[in-house]
Design a binder for this molecule. Sequence first.
Ligand SMILES: [Zn+2]
Length: 599
Amino acid sequence: MRNTCGLARLLWLLPPLLPLPLLHAQTNIRYELTFDTVTARQRSLHVTMRFDVGSAAPVQVSLPAWTPGAYEISNYARKVSNFSATAAGHAAVWDKADYDTWRIRPTSAGTISLGFDFLADTLDNAMAWSKPDFLLVNGTNVFPYPEGIGPGFPAQVTVTTTPGWRVLTGMERAPQGANSYQAGNYHDLVDMPFFIGRFDLDSTQIDGTWQRLASYPAGQLKGPARDILWKQLRGFTPAEAAVFGETPWKNYSTMLIFDPGYGGGSALEHQSSHVGIYTPGFIGTPLLASITAHEMFHSWNVKRLRPADMVPYRYDQPEETTLLWVSEGITDYYADLALVRGGVIDSTVFLSVTDGKRQHTDETVPVSLEDASLSTWIHPTDGTADIYYDKGSLAGLLLDILIRDASDNHKSLDDVMRGLYQTSYKAGKGFTTAEWWAAVSAAAGGKSFAEFATKYVEGREPFPWTSIGPLAGVQYLVDSNQVVRLGVNTISDSSKVIVTAVIPRSAAEAAGVEPGDQLVRIGDIDVKDENFGVLFRSRYANAVGSVIPIVVHRNDADKILQATIKRELVVTARLLYDPRASTKPARIRNGILKGTTDK
Ligand SMILES: [Zn+2]
């Protein structure tokens, strides 16, 4: 929906239950998705949308430009083909009002039926992806909304598929029969992705509600690996629910795709489900548990407790907020907390994960959390595109420590999250920056966080680990050593090590090493994997000043460079638990790790 008139925009923002003027009386809105062995061969699904109109007035329907949680404009209308429209049983005149809006001109009252094919060729959480026996599709991809009536309309969805294939969605079943579902409004309708086809599915009760685990391809996540994930889910789910004091869903679906062609892992949250896509190497790892815990925590933080800038969701344009660091970063803090509180990882792993986030943040060019939150929509190329996760997570830890310190460990960040959940989400609205800091300050007994906000959230100052860490028995240690160093950053796969960056003024730079070079040999060390750095430091520790050949593979040829071994000051920092922490910091540290306060 673009270039809407003021009135349509106003209607969109009205609460769903207000009676609306019957400018466009689209009623009885229903959709049908068809995906079977035949459409799978075209990597597509067929979509039908039907609704009733009370007059011959033109009607417009639009497809969303983005999916909440995937903060980028995708323009799903790009994937539509073979659009057709009938009105009262006859071919209807239609054209486009803009690039993602179709305008249909019925000649009388009656049922309008729209049909189109949707290309399911993109392995992405927010998109549609098909295999010969499987489909992932998001509601934002394929459910057009009528312009002018707001998002409050109820809708039905019927899925038609090959006999024997499964359908999984978070939507409620409709009484109409098998594979029929219903949603009370458009927001719910597009927040319930579908798996259709052959995949593994089982369910169990955790902490009083049903959880479903679906995984594609069938047979991939099985046996002990599946048991491990279920055990992890049983561990962290109650720890997450305890933060808010309630479980908000009737049932929850963890929907997983494993594909060897997918680099790494990523996932996208919804109110009662999430979709995760991973390379199969993630199976059985704490990393899979960590992302799963992160997505589940979103069920509270962002799907329900949400910055006011994103309430209500609108699907036609970006919704920028300076508070994405709360929605994403603090979610990531609680994912780690839920793992340690739920016994999935121990406190040592928690600290090392936290220290990894600190290191990543320190190695990234300084960017404020608020600026990084805004910039997510344009994917900055300077390395800061995702930093609000790690840096925001650390801000959560620092705030937790400061609140616990100010309240003698009687209050925590949990109180902030639980309190805002009640005063904003339960009150039917989003929260503002002022409300966030007011809640933080209230939990800390009225302590002002203005300076913290100015320096570390609006500003770019490095986090004050040396002053805040000890309040929770966490030391920040900095070591500096003179070591021989080549001065390259690299990535490697099974067969080669590639230079990604050359450190200024390093031995590598003086020798002429360039980003993109494959390292073949350094002196008499054959470079096979990332272990070459360790070998280099031990082999040439006492060879400062001598010149050695470096062989790099560049532009399909080996090139021999000459490097002079030099020693450099290398500063390393790390976070450590202080074994001699006094009583109060030890209580605070224990409270963070256990999810408790000293009431
Ligand atoms: Zn997230």
